[in-house]
Design a protein. Structure first.
Length: 271
C-alpha cells in the first residue's frame, strides 16, 4: 500500500509559533532614509571671474588680436570648477572678432556647458555675462539691471540642487544699491540654496556689500582681486544663502596676473 507523509500536527504548530516570534526584517518607507542611501551633501567647486573679454591688464579693447582666450581657458581649466560665473564676455563683436563666440570657445576648451546672457548690443554682436557648468541647467532666466554707463544683467541658472546667480554690478553706488534690491527680489523666489557670484564693483565695507551680507554669506576669499597685476582692492565675490549649514572647504583668490585685469575668486563649498 502506498504511504504518504503527513506532518506531525504539533510540529506544524511549533513552526508557526516560531515564525510569529521572529523579528521582522527592517523596511524603509523612504529609501533615502536608509543608512546606505542617506543623502550626501553637495560639494561644489565655484569660480567667479571677470575675464575682461580675454584682455590682459591694459590691453586694447579695439584690437581683436589682444583677446587671448586660450590663456583664459587655461586659467578656468586649471581650477576645474563645477560652475563658473564669467563677466565681461563678448559674443561676435567687432572688437573681439566678428566670428568669435567667447563663451562657446571657453565651453569647448574646458569641456563645460555654456550659457550666455547679453546685457547690451555692440558693433557686430553682444556683450554680457556667461555661466560654465558641468551640469546642464534645468531653467535659465535673466533680469536687467539699470546701470550708470550701460544696462547690466543678473543671470540665473537653476540646477537640481541649487540656483546660481551671476552678475556684474554698475559703476555708481546709487545704481549698485538698486541692483542689490533686484537680487533680493529674485532670491526670494527660491527655496534651494543660491550661490551669487560676480564683479560687484564695491569693497567689503561699502553700503551695497554690507546690505548684501544681511541675507547672504560671503564664502569667497577675503583678499584683493583688482587690478590683477598688482591687486589692492576686493570687488569680486562669492556669496551663498538658503544654506545655513554650508561649509567652506577651500577658498582663494587665484594668483593669475596676466589673463585679465581681475583675478579669479575660487571656492569649494559643501551644503
Amino acid at each position: 500500500m502506498q504511504q504518504f507523509y503527513r506532518p506531525n500536527f504539533f510540529y506544524g504548530i511549533a513552526l508557526a509559533f516560531a515564525a510569529f516570534l521572529a523579528p521582522a526584517a527592517p523596511t524603509y518607507a523612504d529609501d533615502a532614509k536608509s543608512p546606505e542611501n542617506a543623502a550626501k551633501p553637495t560639494v561644489l567647486r565655484v569660480l567667479s571671474y571677470n575675464i575682461q573679454i580675454g584682455r590682459a591688464p591694459g590691453g586694447s579693447y579695439s584690437d581683436p588680436t589682444q583677446a587671448v582666450l586660450e590663456r583664459t581657458a587655461k586659467v578656468i581649466a586649471d581650477v576645474n570648477p563645477d560652475v563658473a560665473g564669467l563677466q565681461e564676455v563678448d559674443n561676435k563683436t567687432n572688437r573681439s572678432g566678428a566670428a568669435v563666440d567667447q563663451l562657446a570657445f571657453l565651453a569647448e576648451k574646458t569641456g563645460l556647458n555654456g550659457k550666455f546672457e547679453s546685457k547690451i548690443e555692440l558693433p557686430g554682436g553682444l556683450y554680457g555675462v556667461g555661466v560654465l557648468s558641468r551640469e546642464k541647467p534645468l531653467k535659465t532666466a535673466k533680469v536687467y539691471v539699470k546701470g550708470s554707463a550701460h544696462r547690466r544683467v543678473l543671470q540665473i541658472c537653476e540646477f537640481e540642487k541649487y540656483v546660481f546667480f551671476n552678475t556684474h554690478f554698475p559703476l555708481t553706488q546709487e545704481t549698485r544699491l538698486q541692483a542689490v534690491k533686484i537680487v533680493e527680489e529674485e532670491a526670494k523666489k527660491y527655496d534651494k540654496p543660491i550661490i551669487l557670484v560676480g564683479d560687484i564693483n564695491a569693497t567689503p565695507d561699502s553700503a551695497e556689500v554690507v546690505e548684501l551680507k544681511k541675507t547672504w554669506r560671503s564664502i569667497g576669499a577675503d583678499a584683493p582681486t583688482f587690478r590683477a597685476d598688482k591687486p589692492t582692492v576686493q570687488i569680486d565675490y562669492i556669496f551663498i544663502r538658503n544654506a545655513p549649514n554650508a561649509r567652506v572647504v577651500e577658498t582663494c583668490v587665484v594668483d593669475e596676473p596676466l589673463a585679465s585685469d581681475h583675478r579669479p575668486v575660487f571656492c569649494v563649498v559643501e551644503f
